[in-house]
Write a protein that binds this ligand. Structure first.
Ligand code: GLU
Length: 554
């Protein structure tokens, strides 16, 4: 028997399947032309980073906008990084941002699809089948070097100023004979399985990255580890085996993997497989002083996607913002299609930036204000209530006890051509609604009212007395304003600011000052949305009660 075959049997006596078996088990996918098969392949650390959400949205869009398949593979070969419940956390976090999988893991240990198992720890036999195949072909070999031996090699390489690593003449076990290997095995030594790399560094290869463009790099010459001593694959080997057998067409992943792409291309070659397309995504960055750095779990609260739920950014706004970061032409598209679903936008890998996208909460806030401004009052009510039930019980209580009133308040300056844009996140709503609720209004005014400074208490009282009787809820906006002007004029105010400015001595102020008194009395604030609408929503009885309360406080 051929010695490579003998060695393969010696190393993997328990493996009885072959490559053909798996090729048949996982048939080519039957998809329409141009459909992309993509995946998200996280470690189950139970924490979804904003950068990961960003990185997951890209393959999700590429698959779904081409009628392809998007699947979830769990890369749990590093047990140290694993967290209980981590898979479910990833699935539900992504789902809350509308990133859903067609296939793959559906829970800690459940999955759907015929290309599984979708959890790497359950694929050991598959990896070993292909490792065995490479040994048979003379393309892989066991390496018995201890940590110390590897250190020795490194030290020598440093001394001689040679490239570090396990390759060529430095690879001690690369050319070991069958008998040598057998006797090493007999001593019971641990071994890793290494690739017998056919590469030469003087050969340059080009990776046609769909985001970064053509990237030229030296060919891989390292005899990289395929299987660790416990028989578990390295990322490199698992990636090649999994993405081949799961029939991934586009590997879209973080650009930290770009430097090892030559290894991956070589693996596809030695395994005799067609290569997928590659797209390496730059990380999400943040401005820190004058320099840029990665969005950090430790330093930035917004690095955890749970942050957006806690402060109540609508998931839709976060998606919207991340699409802006993914493709800068998104903004233009949005302007042309203000009410379209963000899924109608076509993500284009070639339009992505090749250095990191800069994350900016201020921009997210602006975008979110635009999105919330377009929602109707019922939607804002429902979404705020949903948020408040979890994060602000007091607000939820107020809203539920005053549902119709709250919806009317939220309807102020909404549904019009230029809607008001003052809510970016649901935690802003408390401040927006606050003074409308009578019980909270008490709290808002407990330290008194800030009436315009240039007005005496007597004038303030006279304004409130007069307007209490003058206000008529039946008035349309123009009539309402005229009536206010008439009332103001009778009390000695100018009908407009211009008239007042010409002859300040003759007036107590102008219509704006008059309105300020009313605004402060009913809201406790100097700035509010449209006064006509506020008064209309509050109603006559509330208005009169608030005026009386203000008069008493003076
Ligand atoms: N498990 C790898 C990571 O989390 C996946 C990289 C890939 O998408 O291939 O970085």
């Amino acid at each position: 028997m051929d010695q490579n075959k003998q060695l393969a049997d010696l190393l993997f006596p328990h493996i009885d399947k072959d490559a053909e078996y798996y090729e048949n088990l996982y048939p080519q996918r039957n998809l329409p032309a141009g459909a992309k098969v993509t995946r998200f392949a996280p470690s189950p650390t139970g924490y979804l980073h904003t950068g990961a959400l960003y990185a997951a949205m890209i393959p999700e869009r590429m698959a779904h906008q081409s009628n392809g398949v998007f699947f979830l593979r769990i890369e749990d070969t590093d047990k140290k990084r694993e967290l209980e419940g981590g898979v479910m956390e990833i699935i539900s976090s992504l789902k809350s941002f509308d990133v859903v999988f067609d296939e793959g893991m559906t829970g800690e240990s459940s999955e759907k699809g015929i290309y599984g198992p979708y959890k790497q720890s359950e694929r050991k036999e598959i990896y070993q089948t292909f490792a065995k195949m490479l040994v048979e072909k003379g393309m892989a070999y066991p390496c018995f070097c201890s940590e110390e031996e590897l250190n020795e090699i490194r030290a020598k390489q440093e001394e001689l100023k040679q490239n570090p690593g396990y390759y060529g003449q430095w690879a001690r076990h690369r050319n070991a004979s069958f008998d040598e290997i057998k006797s090493e095995l007999n001593t019971g030594k641990d071994f890793v399985l290494r690739l017998k790399s056919p590469g030469k560094p003087e050969n340059r290869i080009v990776i046609a990255d769909l985001i970064k463009g053509d990237v030229e790099m030296p060919e891989n010459e390292q005899d990289i580890v395929l299987l660790k001593s416990d028989g578990i694959p390295t990322y490199h080997f698992a990636h090649a085996v999994d993405d081949h057998l799961m029939r991934t067409t586009h590997v879209i992943r973080a650009d930290e993997w770009l430097p090892s792409a030559p290894i991956h291309l070589q693996l596809f070659e030695v395994l005799g497989w067609e290569k997928p397309y590659f797209a390496h995504v730059s990380p999400v960055l943040k401005m820190d002083g004058t320099s840029k750095r990665k969005l950090s779990k430790r330093k930035d609260p917004e690095a955890a996607v749970s942050y957006y739920h806690e402060v109540g950014f609508p998931a839709e706004s976060v998606r919207e913002y991340l699409l802006n970061l993914i493709n800068s032409n998104y903004e233009e598209w949005r302007m042309a299609n203000p009410t379209a679903s963000n899924k109608e936008f076509t993500v284009d890998l070639s339009k992505m930036g090749t250095s990191g996208a800069l994350f900016d909460l201020v921009k997210l806030t602006d975008i979110s204000k635009d999105r919330v401004a377009l929602m109707n009052a019922d939607k804002v009510y429902d979404m705020t209530l949903q948020w408040a039930l979890q994060f602000d019980a007091e607000l939820a209580e107020q809203m539920k006890n005053n549902e119709a009133y709250t919806k009317a308040i939220l309807g102020i300056e909404r549904g019009v051509e230029k809607p008001r844009k003052d809510i970016a996140k649901w935690s802003d709503v408390r401040g927006y609604l606050g003074y409308f609720y009578d019980s909270w209004f008490e709290e808002c005014t407990k330290d008194g009212y800030e009436f315009p400074e240039n007005m005496t208490n007597d004038v303030v009282i006279s304004v409130l007395q007069a307007y209490k009787d003058a206000y008529n809820k039946a008035d349309d906006k123009d009539t309402w304003f005229e009536r206010a002007k008439d009332t103001a004029e009778k009390l000695g105010f100018a009908r407009d600011a211009k008239t007042y400015k010409k002859d300040k001595e003759s007036y107590k102020g102008h219509i704006g000052d008059f309105m300020s008194v009313i605004r402060v009395a009913i809201s406790g604030r100097k700035n509010t949305p449209d006064l006509y609408e506020i008064l209309d929503v509050m109603g006559e009885e509330r208005l009169r009660n608030r005026f009386e309360k203000a008069i008493k406080s003076i």
